[in-house]
Design a binder for this molecule. Sequence first.
Ligand code: NAP
Length: 246
Amino acid sequence: MKKILILGGTGEAVSLAEQFRDQLDISVIYSLAGRTRSPTLPDCEIRRGGFGGVEGLTRFLRENDIAAVIDATHPYAKQMASNALHATTETSLPYYKFLRPAWLEPEQAPWIRVSSADEAAEKIQGRFGRVFLSSGLNDVAAFAALTEVWFLVRSIEEPSPPIFLPNFSHIKARGPFNEDGERALFLDHKIDILVSKNSGGSATQAKLHAAQALSIPVIMIDRPPVTGGTVFDDQALLIKQVRQTI
Ligand code: NAP
C-alpha cells in the first residue's frame, strides 16, 4: 500500500483526499495547518499543525514512508508550497501542486492589480473611504495606517489576534455567497472599493459579479508565482498522473 501526503486547507484538498482514499492501493494522510476551528475534513488519516519547516517536513516524509506529496493548499499559501518543494527535492519524492483556476479579469471592468496587501493599501490611501476587505485576516495589518478609511472585514473565523484597524466592522461568514446577498452588502455598507485575492472557485466569486454590476472598482492582489512541482488545475488528471507515477 502506497501512502501519500495531501497538504490541505481547501475544498479541493478534501475532495482529492476522498478520491485517493477510495483507491484500494493508496492510503492518505491529510494535513492541515490547524488554524480553522471547525474545518471540513475528509474521512481519512488526519494530522494538524505545522511540520516545523523544511527540516520537519523532510523528517515526516521519511518517517512515514510517503510516496508522493500533493500540495492542494490555497494559492496564496506560499510558505507551505516552498517548504514542500524543498522537502520533496531533498527526499527525491514526486511533488504535485493542485491550483484551482484563477478568476479572469473582465475586459469591460479591469481590476486594479497589485502584488501585495501593502500595495493595495497604497492604492486606497486618499482615494477611497469605505473598503470591503475580503482578502482574509492574514494581511489586515497592511491597512492599519489608513486612519481615514472604514473597512468591512469578512472572514470565516473569529479574528485571533483581534483586528487592529482604526475603523472597521467585522462579519463572520462562510461561503458560498450569492450575488444578491453580495450586492446588498455593498449597498448597505456604502462600499466604494473591494479588495480581494484571486482565490478562484465558485464559493466566493459572487462579490466580483456584484462589484461589477454596481460599478465598484476591485483591487485584486495577484497570486504569488508558482515556484515548482507539477501543476494541475484538474483533479482527475492529477489523480491519473499520481497513479501512473507511484
Ligand atoms: P503559509 O503561509 O504558506 O504557511 C505557513 C506555515 O503554516 C507553514 O510553513 C507550515 O508550518 C504551516 N502550514 C500551512 N499549511 C499547512 C498544511 N496544510 N499542513 C500543515 N502545516 C501547514 O500558509 P497560510 O497562507 O498561512 O495558510 C495556512 C492554511 O490555510 C493552508 O493550509 C491554506 O491552504 C489555508 N488557507 C490559506 C488561505 C490564504 O489566503 N493564504 C486561504 C484559505 C485557506 P511549518 O513550517 O511549521 O510546517
